[in-house]
Design a binder for this molecule. Structure first.
Ligand SMILES: Nc1ncnc2c1ncn2[C@@H]1O[C@H](COP(=O)(O)OP(=O)(O)OP(=O)(O)O)[C@@H](O)[C@H]1O
Length: 515
């Protein structure tokens, strides 16, 4: 935003006395908030602090408790109905609301409120879609089924769609963790788009757990804790990310001490030439005690390598050896027997039962017993589950709460805890902290370090360069389907990861390697 001496830009969104009470849970407690034209206003808070609830009330998914006042450009805003959303408001929710079975053209067209269905995917829409994608510099074939696009590409389609539905000029744009699955390079592109919209005068409400982004893109920041607004202030009055963490969790963050470099120990996992999907050559050796990272751009294959290694994705070539023994391709059962565990990135869709409780989801796949054994089993589960709930700060800390009623980040914590507590020798984790708040991230890193210290090993794929620097002994960078660079602990920095990630491998495919 411009200097303090110029007159304050007009208020676009004004929220007064906003509260929301769910059964047994007050998600928002008397929140006031103002968003001005031409500002990116970051909304921060721990998982479960009420951010999504606030957004869902604005979007009409939830009604607010009586007594709230919300205005948009000075006029009362219609709340409590998704049927008549404000035309000038664009929302990007965590659940992008796209239809995976349709192609990109149809997904964009559906958002644009075209009346007739029979011309979907017609030439006009195809041209309009191509124009929109190129305006926002999204490099994607509009005729491709959305299901084939990576999560990052899908996010961009959702943003383009939402902005287009406001005729390209939203008064208010609400972005709920849009970068959760985007590597740095794509984040920069997204930020260019966000700045473009801000400079056109949009007020932008930006929810993120990546605190660095607040300093990159934010003009002002509001922190929620336990449903209450703790502060609203200009970003340039915030010292650093540690101060943000203190505001978010209400105490000093626990120091995470990175693990010591691991000694030359036994090779637990060896992959060579693994291929399939976008991956042409994924090779690595992982020793006991190591935490190894895999990163790259969307499309580089970095987000598919672990699924291929495990057997969750169809492997077309290469070899995977566990403890020296070859594991046949596409046999996750054999991989599990040999000591491998794999947590996919799409944890919620692929691996939870939302109707079940936190306890049941955390202890899956144990089958429910019947009779007295069931009761004993539940008591045992509760005892086992509680330390994890406390360790990862699951809110509310209730093992018997239905998983679906937890906030998105808290659901992530529960599912991730399930993998952290299994006794596998090697853990493969895709994007382990995506959507998880700063406090719990540190706890997850501690848990990974503990696993490594027990002589086990972790391989994680991540688009978060800071995370890779914080926890990994070594980071493999993939470009164009293959590992092109290996950064050892001493070489690890955000700048180095980003530059290796975006470097064009055609320049020097061999020189990209580092021993
Ligand atoms: N439909 C619901 N029924 C009951 N409780 C709910 C419901 N939706 C949310 N909650 C509770 O309200 C609180 C706030 O949740 P909300 O989703 O707003 O958090 P959040 O700040 O967006 O978290 P995250 O960072 O994990 O997305 C949480 O304790 C959550 O369990």
């Amino acid at each position: 935003m411009s200097a303090a001496s110029s007159p304050a830009p007009p208020v676009v969104l004004s929220i007064g006395s906003l509260s929301k009470t769910f059964p047994a849970q007050k998600a928002l407690d008397d929140v006031d908030l103002e968003l001005r034209a031409g500002e990116v206003h970051c909304l921060l808070g721990q998982n479960g602090s009420g951010k999504s609830t606030l957004i869902k009330i604005l979007a009409g998914y939830h009604s607010a408790d009586p007594g709230a006042t919300v205005t948009l450009n000075g006029a009362p805003m219609t709340l409590g109905s998704t049927a008549t959303p404000e035309r000038a408001v664009a929302f990007i929710h965590q659940d992008l609301g796209l239809v995976a079975e349709l192609d990109v053209v149809d997904n964009l067209a559906l958002g644009n409120r075209y009346a007739g269905r029979w011309w979907l995917s017609g030439r006009r829409e195809r041209r309009a879609a191509a124009r929109l994608l190129s305006e926002f510099e999204v490099d994607l074939d509009p005729g491709r089924p959305l299901a084939e696009a990576t999560p990052g590409q899908q996010t961009m389609v959702a943003i383009v769609r939402a902005v287009a539905a406001t005729d390209g000029a939203p008064a208010l744009l609400v972005l709920d963790e849009p970068t959760a699955s985007l590597p740095q390079h794509q984040v920069e592109q997204l930020f260019d788009l966000v700045r473009k919209l801000r400079d056109r005068g949009a007020a932008i409400l930006y929810v993120t757990h990546r605190l660095r982004e607040v300093f990159q893109i934010g003009d002002r920041v509001t922190v929620l804790r336990d449903g209450r607004r703790i502060t609203t202030q200009p970003v340039d009055t915030v010292d650093d990310a540690d101060e943000l963490v203190r505001l978010i969790i209400g105490r000093k963050p626990t120091e995470f001490s990175p693990p010591l470099p691991s000694p030359d120990s036994e090779v637990l996992l060896s992959a060579s030439g693994v291929a399939g999907d976008q991956v042409t050559d994924f090779s690595l050796d992982v020793r006991a005690g190591e935490i190894v990272g895999v990163s790259g751009l969307i499309g580089s294959g970095y987000d598919q390598a672990l699924g291929l290694t495990f057997g969750a994705r169809r492997r077309s070539g290469g070899e995977v050896r566990l403890g020296g023994r070859a594991v046949p391709a596409n046999r996750p059962d054999e991989a599990i027997n040999a000591g491998l565990a794999y947590a996919p990135a799409d944890r919620k869709r692929l691996s939870t039962i939302p109707e079940w409780t936190v306890r049941e989801n955390l202890t899956l796949p144990r089958l429910p017993a019947v009779g007295p054994a069931r009761w004993l089993g539940q008591r045992f589960e509760r005892r086992e589950v509680r330390p994890w709930i406390e360790r990862l700060d699951v809110v509310p800390a209730d093992p018997d709460r239905q998983l679906a009623l937890l906030s998105g980040g808290n659901q992530q914590k529960v599912v991730l805890a399930r993998w952290l507590r299994v006794d596998a020798r090697i853990l493969l984790l895709d994007e382990p902290t995506s959507g998880v708040d700063a406090g719990a991230k540190a706890s997850i890193y501690e848990a990974l370090a503990d696993i490594a210290a027990q002589g086990r090993a972790v391989v994680l794929s991540s688009s978060d360069a800071e995370e890779l620097c914080a926890v990994c002994d070594r980071v493999l960078i993939m470009r164009h389907g293959a590992v092109r660079a290996v950064l050892e602990k001493g070489d690890l920095s955000v700048a180095r990861i980003v530059s290796e990630t975006i470097r064009d491998s055609a320049d020097d495919p061999q020189e990209g390697w580092h021993s």
